[in-house]
Design a protein. Structure first.
Length: 470
């Protein structure tokens, strides 16, 4: 018979659990910090240091192909041959499956490293929760071998709280996300919540302290440089309602695709997961070839890239953002189907990519200019692979110029079609992809024949005013 949760809250044993949770928060959060730093180091080694060591000046365009293929193979081997299944499948959503047996920790750790370090489109939150849970159970077993299962469950939850305490920017946010995943309610909520919040608070302090000592960062979700927010408007509420109606269908479609792919891959995981890696890499390379942005915008979880995406919104065209949502959404679905990681950060990144075009007419102050529109989206120190932008230097942004009231000659018949390409594929700071360079040259010739050798012509591209010399 299970003990009454209210009686447990009043017992001396519960006080001991609180002390254990506080003490456990220190090593678990330190282990989580080291895990995140190891992932960041491996990403830099695989996508930056290794190509340079092989003699490349920059990572070649095809570089993600062997990296993602190897990721699929290593992840499949960890799932198949180590105890457990490397954690739960992220295609089932963000959830927990109870306390993790300590013997399954190596499988979770290696499967997560093989997934996250190699650029697969999932986040670190699910592996961190499982690592914290497994370490919590291990601590209880080491402290008292005959400890009741309920005590092991509470301490395992506290370990999970500590592991993700700083990941989402606040221990409170991580705590409520974890409670939602566990599905606790009623009296048991208080039993788990108090030691969990205590461990999360200790874990946050440990993350901050380790950042101060090492300078590696807090590995926390952050969007720096946001402008002051005055007040909500009716248009903002309208956009919020629109996104709230559309986003669930997009998210559910991604999940259904992942669930449809998963049973086919599970039967021959070692053979087919490298193929999934190839497809994910192909989506990233295709996006990079079609735009002036990097393959890393499609790869990785998007946790580190969310701030640069929002801060460099002016460097993105509507067409590039739509293509980013498509490619990253497909890569996200394939990653969810068989790899091991969390589903939260890629979903946030895709949602942000959809919200960037809507932000300009609402908040002009949200626009940001960047020195290079393609240099967004990759983890710190990682660029996968850089794109040549020599062809995109034909136009430079200038201060807005008032429109002249003098009537202009009618534009050529092909101008309207070229204007559509301009709106969709020309970045709002004047940069454009190689794919449409020839089209833009044709447009400039058409404008030159119509207006002659004008010193400069001002027109609107996206939401900014640009000066173009024919």
């Amino acid at each position: 018979m299970q003990p009454d949760p209210l009686q447990l809250l009043r017992s001396r044993r519960y006080v001991q659990l609180l002390v254990l949770a506080a003490l456990l928060g220190v090593p678990v959060s330190a282990a989580a910090y080291g895990f995140l730093k190891l992932i960041a180091w491996l990403q830099g080694a695989l996508f930056t240091d290794l190509p340079e060591g092989l003699g490349f000046d920059a990572p070649p365009t095809w570089w993600p192909l062997p990296i993602l293929t190897l990721s699929g193979l290593l992840t499949a081997l960890a799932i198949r041959h180590l105890p457990g299944t490397g954690g739960h499948s992220p295609a089932d959503g963000f959830k927990t499956t109870g306390a993790l047996p300590p013997r399954e920790l190596p499988g979770v750790l290696l499967a997560a490293l093989a997934t996250l370090s190699f650029g697969v489109v999932v986040g670190p939150e699910a592996p961190l929760i499982l690592i914290g849970s497994g370490l919590g159970v291990l601590a209880v077993r080491l402290a008292k071998k005959d400890a009741p299962d309920q005590a092991a469950t509470v301490v395992a939850a506290a370990g999970s709280f500590a592991a993700i305490s700083s990941l989402l920017g606040s221990p409170i946010v991580g705590a409520f996300l974890l409670l939602e995943a566990v599905g606790l309610g009623g009296p048991m909520l208080g039993v788990v919540l108090v030691p969990g919040l205590l461990a999360a608070g200790v874990g946050t302090l440990v993350f901050i302290g380790l950042d101060s000592l090492t300078g590696f960062g807090t590995f926390s979700l952050a969007v720096p440089g946001l402008p002051p927010f005055d007040r909500p408007t009716g248009a903002m509420f309208a956009w919020a309602i629109a996104f709230g109606l559309v986003a669930p269908f997009i998210g559910r479609g991604i999940q259904l695709l992942a669930l449809a792919v998963r049973p086919h891959v599970e039967r021959r995981m070692v053979l087919l997961m490298p193929v999934l890696g190839l497809v994910i890499a192909g989506l990233a390379i295709g996006f990079a070839e079609a735009t002036s942005h990097d393959a890393s915008d499609v790869l990785f979880s998007g946790q580190e890239a969310l701030g640069p995406l929002i801060g460099s919104a002016a460097g993105w065209s509507v067409g590039a953002l739509l293509l980013l949502m498509l490619c990253k959404g497909l890569a996200y679905a394939l990653s969810l189907s068989s790899f091991r990681g969390g589903p939260v950060f890629p979903a946030m990144y895709i949602g942000a990519a959809g919200g960037v075009p809507a932000s300009d007419p609402l908040r002009p102050s949200l626009r940001r200019t960047s020195s290079h529109p393609g240099d967004v989206g990759s983890p710190a120190g990682v660029s996968v692979p850089p794109r040549s932008r020599s062809s995109s230097s034909s136009r430079t942004a200038s201060a807005p110029t008032p429109r002249s009231k003098v009537a202009s000659p009618a534009p050529p018949s092909g101008w309207r079609a070229m204007r559509v390409l301009d709106v969709l594929f020309v970045d709002r700071d004047g940069q454009t992809s190689d794919l449409f360079a020839a089209a833009l040259r044709s447009r400039r010739e058409a404008r030159s024949s119509c207006w002659g050798d004008a010193a400069a012509t001002v027109f609107t591209s996206g939401h900014s005013t640009l000066r173009v010399r024919p």
